[in-house]
Design a protein around this ligand. Structure first.
Ligand SMILES: Nc1nc2c(ncn2[C@@H]2O[C@H](COP(=O)(O)OP(=O)(O)OP(=O)(O)O)[C@@H](O)[C@H]2O)c(=O)[nH]1
Ligand SMILES: [Mg+2]
Length: 623
């Protein structure tokens, strides 16, 4: 029979104990980690922690807190907890260890409902963890178990789910779990799953109870203990501490010896000895320290899982791809806005023309004033006289024509018709682009929604107004050859009519004084007529060389507006991915910092590892 192999007797301790009060030093370190982790969980995050990870981390906060409190004591208590399926004999085993009936055991399944805490009389209840204080406390006077708390727990596999919940509430307090099985029940799925989950967080020793039955039935196949050892090996426990026990035989004893003969290889006494003397102060500290290491290891793994990615590169890609989307959007929006301006095209044309005509002086200026006066009069007449044909729904440009009113009106109509809808759709399109470029949609959702409800009226008004004024400037002060043409026309316009007028009269005088031809009445009006003709011809030239019509204005305006709108959209949207990536990166740094600190504490602890006597209680880390 395999003896409890992981247990190396006192004399063969492999490392020399240090006198540094490790556990007490560890307590404030754990408290500091707890505070940081709490802060991390409490602050709102851009890269949110999913609900399961959050729950796990909150569990770790509780565990860290618990351990910090536990370790700050002079003489830490070692909590040894019995865990197993219903009817394997946990309560019977505790009774056997206690040497009296302190925990109810029965053939009825399940029996135990409340955990029973077996504790030395000198230990104040306040020293127990909150969860244990509420349990049934049984005191004893055995000094060999002074620093140990043995807990009998409800089963983990009966149909009574409340029992399972009770077990799960006390399990985190366990430093060592005594995994109890019987010949028919030692690796049932529920128990085994729980063992696999918990072994990463605490020490495990194994008890195969009802050994009397194991020996009896042993004929066919593998013996339960060998089978269990094989399973444990697969879990990385090469030399687990396994005790074969027949607890029921040790409940009723005479002079400390069982009344019924023990089956061969029964190891209850070894178990009792291990609990009493095998787990000395040194082992207790080592188990406690190892428990902390396991918890820190668990914390590191969980932190790794919530570590946000570095999104700097995807953010750049997203900004680039958004630029294309925003340019297209600006072009579409411009088209919509221009369409709403269409009905006012004549007003705009006239407005521009009047602005051009401001360049002139003298006769031509008077000519244009007259021309516009007649135009306005024509417009007014069509309104006053019902029988004259009317231009569809257009206003006539007055002297104080207001660009602001026009742009406000056209923005309102454009928003109602299509723009608002487009802005909403734009958010979705940008989200989709982001996802395509490896930037999680969920991170941008909020910001994009906020952008969607910005004061777009103001922004659009600014864009349209600016585009309008730039168009006006470019039309009134053309560049290149047109500029020279304009200059020449202005010069001609300002001089030619005057020259023709006075030239005409000089000609009449020449003919009258030098050629003796007396002018008729009509001749006297000829200079006026010629200068008027010059004015009309100049007007014609202007319309031909520097045309001011809706088509040219629209072209220039479209170019300006789509450019301005693109800038406006980029101002609002383009900074979002990078700013979000920066926030996520800051969160990543925060978690990395906590990871670094956790690793430091773990390292500090590893350097002070005291003994090899407890290695059997832990499987290999890789499993
Ligand atoms: N043959 C045999 N029977 C045992 C042994 N230990 C306990 N039993 C019996 O197994 C039955 C169940 O024992 P309990 O101690 O109540 O089992 P438990 O694991 O506490 O069960 P729950 O409280 O329901 O979780 C009782 O009838 C015990 O007498 C043993 O070593 N050999
Ligand atoms: Mg029980």
């Amino acid at each position: 029979l395999i003896n409890f192999q992981g247990f190396i007797p006192m004399t063969s301790m492999s490392t020399v104990p240090t006198h540094e009060p490790i556990l007490q030093t560890l307590a404030p370190l754990l408290s500091s980690l707890t505070t940081q982790l709490k802060h991390l969980l409490e602050t709102p995050r851009a890269y949110s922690i999913d609900i399961v990870q959050r729950a796990t981390l909150e569990g770790i906060v509780t565990d860290l807190d618990r351990k910090a409190k536990d370790l700050s004591r002079d003489e830490p208590l070692l909590v040894v907890m019995l865990m197993g399926g219903t009817g394997v004999g946990k309560s019977t085993l505790l009774n056997a260890l206690a040497g009296e009936i302190i925990a109810p055991s029965s053939v009825l399944r399940p029996t135990t409902r409340d955990p029973v805490v077996y504790i030395h009389e000198s230990v104040a209840t306040e020293r127990l963890d909150q969860a244990l204080r509420a349990c049934r406390i049984q005191r004893h006077r055995r000094d060999s178990l002074r620093q140990k708390v043995i807990v009998d727990t409800p089963d983990l596999d009966s149909t009574d789910l409340a029992n399972r919940e009770t077990l799960k509430a006390v399990l985190p307090i366990a430093d060592i779990v005594l995994y109890v099985g019987s010949q028919e029940k030692y690796h049932d799925r529920l128990g085994w799953d729980l063992f696999r989950q918990e072994r990463r967080l605490r020490a495990f020793a194994f008890i195969l109870n009802k050994w009397d039955r194991c020996v009896q039935t042993g004929a066919a196949g593998l013996r339960p203990d060998e089978d269990l050892l094989r399973d444990l090996q697969k879990e990385g426990f090469q030399k687990p501490l396994l005790f074969r026990v027949s607890a029921v035989r040790w409940v009723e004893t005479t002079n400390g010896q069982p009344s019924v003969p023990l089956p061969e290889g029964e190891q209850f006494q070894e178990l009792a000895r291990w609990l009493e003397t095998g787990l000395s102060q040194l082992e207790i500290e080592a188990v406690k320290a190892r428990g902390v290491q396991q918890l820190l290891d668990h914390l590191e793994k969980q932190l790794q899982q919530i570590l946000p990615p570095d999104l700097s590169l995807p953010a750049k890609r997203v900004t680039e791809s958004w630029s294309t989307v925003l340019r297209q959007e600006a072009e579409h929006d411009t088209e919509i806005l221009l369409n709403t301006l269409e009905p006012s095209q004549i007003d705009i044309e006239r407005y521009f023309m009047r602005q051009t005509h401001q360049h002139f002086k003298g006769l031509l200026l008077w000519y244009f004033k007259l021309y516009h006066g007649i135009q306005d009069l024509g417009g007014s007449l069509t309104r006053w006289l019902p029988f004259l044909p009317k231009a569809a729904e257009r206003r006539v440009v007055g002297a104080s024509w207001d660009v602001g009113t026009l742009t406000r009106g056209c923005i309102r109509v454009a928003r109602e018709r299509a723009l608002d809808q487009r802005f909403r759709a734009l958010g979705n399109r940008l989200l989709w682009e982001a996802e395509k470029n490896g930037f999680p949609m969920s991170l941008l959702n909020d910001r994009l929604q906020q952008a969607g409800v910005l004061d777009w009226d103001l922004r659009l008004q600014e864009a349209v107004g600016e585009a309008f004024h730039t168009t006006e400037r470019s039309c009134l002060q053309p560049e290149g050859i047109q500029r020279w043409q304009q200059k020449a026309l202005i010069w001609l316009g300002n001089t030619l009519p005057v020259v023709t007028f006075f030239g005409g009269y000089l000609l009449i005088m020449y003919r009258f004084y030098l050629r003796d031809i007396s002018p008729v009445a009509l001749d006297l009006f000829a200079p006026v007529f010629f200068s008027l003709l010059a004015l009309v011809i100049l007007h014609g030239f202007m319309n031909w060389l520097l045309p001011i019509n809706w088509r040219t204005i629209r072209g220039a305006f479209q170019h300006q507006l789509s450019d301005r709108l693109r800038q406006t959209l980029e101002q609002v949207y383009n900074k979002i991915p990078e700013e979000t990536a920066e926030r996520v990166l800051a969160e990543r740094r925060e978690i990395e910092e906590l990871l670094k600190q956790t690793a430091k504490v773990r390292q500090w602890l590893a350097e002070r590892e005291q003994t090899a006597r407890i290695t059997a209680l832990y499987g290999s880390v890789n499993n």
